[in-house]
Design a protein around this ligand. Structure first.
Ligand code: TMP
Ligand code: MG
Length: 297
């Protein structure tokens, strides 16, 4: 299907004129960015989803793995369990991206997916010391331009919260191996609990799934309390569930939401345009977030 071209040319940030960029209200984006620039970097925090937001969706026509997938394809998981996890993915992923279903309809099914997948993983005697190798051997890739993104935020002491319904231990290893786990990075995600021999026994705390990031944000008030002096937020996500990641921010002033729309682009574009300020269509790079940071610094 031919997509209507409703792009704009933006003198302020030329990358906003890229073919991948769509905006419901470009003028509002410009105004928000001008306010954020005026307020200065010391009032900014960045909140980003991980899977398919900081990582690539595809590379050379092949899907890239999520943090769950990295573990699934690793040697730590038995062939029978791999098959079961694959069946779950085949059943539930189409529901995740089905634009004909409401979030209310999807929510119980997503909880079911996460619960069943995590229950299977808990039976696998996953070893903490094998996670490094699992990530090394995986096809996981951060988006092109990730280094500039992480380095710029660190250089300017802008806090980056990675807020993920994926696997915290795995995603931290991806970020570490990419050499960008800087001191300004904090992760809220599903972390594993290991026994004294280093074997996984359970997941810690409340389950974070794709549609309860708001609750996760409100439970982690300590983190957001520390960042009270940073009321401006750049939010990056790839799912409509990511839109509530900034709900824990205290006394919020401006939030600019950037959404990566990776899959089923044409049918999902209207809902993404309605909820994200900037929508990036099948864009595997950090070019636009980096251009925005360049403008803000
Ligand atoms: P995110 O919050 O970092 O994007 O992580 C959520 C993604 O994890 C979501 O897009 C679906 C994916 N996922 C899997 O790939 N396999 C699984 O078993 C589960 C439960 C989720
Ligand atoms: Mg995601």
């Amino acid at each position: 299907m031919q997509r209507p071209v409703i792009r704009i040319t933006c003198k302020m940030i030329p990358a906003l004129g890229n073919t991948s960029v769509r905006m419901r209200d470009p003028q509002r984006v410009e105004e928000t960015l001008r306010c954020m620039q005026k307020a200065g970097l010391n009032t900014l925090q960045v909140i980003s989803d991980f899977d398919m937001t900081l990582t690539r969706f595809a590379h050379n026509g092949k899907r890239c793995p999520t943090s769950h997938n990295i573990l699934e394809v690793s040697k730590m998981i038995s062939p029978e369990c791999k098959e079961k996890l694959k069946d779950l993915l085949d059943k539930y992923y189409p529901i995740e991206i089905d634009s004909s279903k409401s979030i209310e309809e999807k929510l119980p099914l997503m909880v079911e997916w996460w619960t069943r997948a995590h229950d299977l993983m808990m039976q696998q005697k996953i070893r903490k010391d094998q996670l490094t190798l699992a990530v090394q051997e995986s096809d996981s890739m951060l988006r092109e331009g990730y280094q500039e993104f992480f380095d710029c935020l660190n250089q300017h002491s802008v806090p980056l919260l990675i807020f993920s319904a994926g696997l915290g231990d795995v995603l931290e290893e991806v970020v570490r191996q990419a050499g960008v786990f800087h001191p300004n990075v904090k992760v809220i995600s599903n972390f594993m609990d290991f026994d004294e021999t280093g074997v996984m026994t359970a997941f810690k705390g409340e389950l974070i799934h794709i549609y309860n990031k708001r609750e996760g944000a409100l439970l982690n008030t300590g983190h957001f309390e520390e960042l009270r002096s940073r009321p401006n937020v750049l939010l990056l996500g790839d799912s409509l569930g990511d839109l509530t990641m900034a709900d824990g921010v205290q006394e919020v002033e401006k939030v600019l939401k950037i959404g990566f729309l990776n899959d089923k682009v044409d049918e999902r574009l209207p809902s993404y345009l309605n909820s994200y300020d900037i929508v990036l269509l099948e864009d595997e790079t950090m070019e636009v977030p980096n251009a925005i940071l360049d403008f803000l610094v």
